[in-house]
Design a protein. Structure first.
Length: 155
């Protein structure tokens, strides 16, 4: 009987650890924004679930416009430069290849206004995003860190 109790506790501990070792969740970026990684809201079971990245918090010291919003001022489309960064989807189309990896997605960098092909890999509580054009060899990796739970900004 005691063996089954230990086995139960070990199974519960493993399940709890697994829930925090996925790429899904909230991540603090290099510029101190927070991005949430989760299944895309428009994913359908028939099309296969894709994973998206959404800005849920902007740094308090980020430059703001007259309306107090941090906007997508570097966007190459002048019509999109006034849209708020809060709530902006910056990663689309990712496929989860395993709990620690996302592949075949697109990453938008609001700081440069450029979009890159991307992959994402988890190592502990550190996330490595690789953005590239063409071949992954000619890209750049950015490191993000797991964020504590926060209240998302209002889009």
């Amino acid at each position: 009987m005691r063996f089954f109790g230990y086995l139960f506790l070990l199974t519960c501990a493993a399940a709890a650890a697994a829930s925090t070792t996925s790429v899904m969740g909230d991540w603090t970026t290099a510029d101190h924004s927070v991005v949430r990684i989760e299944p895309c809201s428009n994913s359908s079971a028939a099309a296969g679930k894709t994973v998206c990245l959404t800005v849920i918090q902007v740094p308090p010291n980020a430059p703001r416009g007259k309306d107090g919003q941090v906007t997508d001022g570097q966007n190459p489309d002048p019509n999109l430069r006034s849209r708020p960064i809060c709530g902006l989807v910056i990663g689309t189309g990712f496929q989860q290849t395993d709990p620690d990896r996302l592949a075949d997605g697109k990453l938008y960098d609001p700081n440069s206004g450029r979009t890159y092909s991307g992959t994402i890999a988890l190592n502990g509580d550190t996330l490595h995003l690789r953005g590239f054009i063409g071949v992954s060899l000619f890209g750049r990796t950015e490191t993000w860190h797991r964020s504590p739970a926060i209240t998302p900004c209002k889009a």
